[in-house]
Design a protein around this ligand. Sequence first.
Ligand SMILES: *[C@@H]1O[C@H](CO)[C@@H](O)[C@H](O)[C@H]1NC(C)=O
Ligand SMILES: *[C@@H]1O[C@H](CO)[C@@H](O)[C@H](O)[C@H]1NC(C)=O
Length: 418
Amino acid sequence: MAIPWRHCWRWTIGATSTSVLETICGFNGRSATFAASSFRGTGAGTGSGKEGLSSRPVDTTSIGNYILTSRHKSRLLYPTPKPCCSKGIHSDAKLKDPFSLAQKDLNHLYDDIKKELFVSKSELKSLCDYYFDGKGKAFRPMIVVLMARACNIHSNRDGDLLPGQRSIAMISEMIHTASLVHDDVIDGSNKRRGMTTINEVWGERKAILAGDFILSAASMALARIGNNTVVSVLSQVIEDLVRGEFMQLGSKENESERFKHYLEKTFKKTASLIANSCKAVSILVNSDPEVQEIAFQYGRNVGIAFQLVDDVLDFTACASQLGKPSATDLKLGLATGPVLFACQQFPELHAMIMRRFSTTGDVDRAWQYVLESDGVDQTNYLAQSYCREAIRQISLLRPSPERDALIRLTEMVLTRDK
Ligand SMILES: *[C@@H]1O[C@H](CO)[C@@H](O)[C@H](O)[C@H]1NC(C)=O
Ligand SMILES: *[C@@H]1O[C@H](CO)[C@@H](O)[C@H](O)[C@H]1NC(C)=O
């Protein structure tokens, strides 16, 4: 019964902490390489050249110490990042709000998307326009335009976006939305962003087609950029989305590989889009492979942190507001970070994970176990570690307001509560 991963996957108080981090996050000297080898699957990173920066040592001591000494209860207690040593950097007014800084580049985002989706047939049009109502957060395009400007300035240009970079911001939102439309079909969801989902209004068959249509429009916009490297980098995203969804459908994973599987799924389903979009805008300004790798790694780390926080919020968001968890993931049979960590303290969860919480009472019991465990804290620590790595990466670029906004953004990822 001494299953090794129970010992591996826990934050451990003691000398092993660095190697624990190494195991989970790869935050040691080969951090970026780990990313490359473990999360890229078959060639997601092709074109990134060699791992230019991966041999730089990461400050494992400080990460390790942080884990050792800070058993904080809240993501709000996010430590000041090492690369920006000035005190209180995150509350510093000099660090612009990412949303307002990106705004000027995103004003026409949804209008541009609607032009791409131009379809005369009215029903298809209403389906495709449905989520492009201008009320989305445009989180991905925001990262993309900030990264584009940061890379442009790094490459000795003015910050202004190249036309292809602007297109990539738009394409990232289109791919994201198409994947949401398909996800809602797979999950049978009836609500998104407070709206009734497309599958609920028009039925599953039309929803699948609408998702496909949005993807095809995105592909055409991508082809128009006219750069084969960029086409291949962003096509990888679509492959990753599909593979990630398949990984999530697969239930009975080998227990010792479950956490790795979860992080890999998380990269493919969430982080690949952000990572590869960031990489694509850096390619277009003719950056060195090292800079492309920084852009990719920033996006990868922020993307994984974003999803880890999402997985935590599934347990905590409603719990604090309505006294009831949404626990959507459990209801869908999915074991995310908090459950996987909790399972180390409460092995009873193992059987429930294996049967995908399908027996009556499983969801409630699993939820109780998670709250009694420190699964939520552990998942938050892990998200913090990914954000620290994102900051470390982006700090290698020449300073600019956009670069600093990307640093600030990691804090927003960790502190958001919905
Ligand atoms: C893509 O664009 C970059 C930057 O202009 C250029 O260096 C590269 O050769 C292009 N690649 C292809 C395949 O067109
Ligand atoms: C699970 O995976 C590990 C590592 O790949 C392997 O050593 C072990 O035999 C596997 N266990 C089962 C039950 O398949």
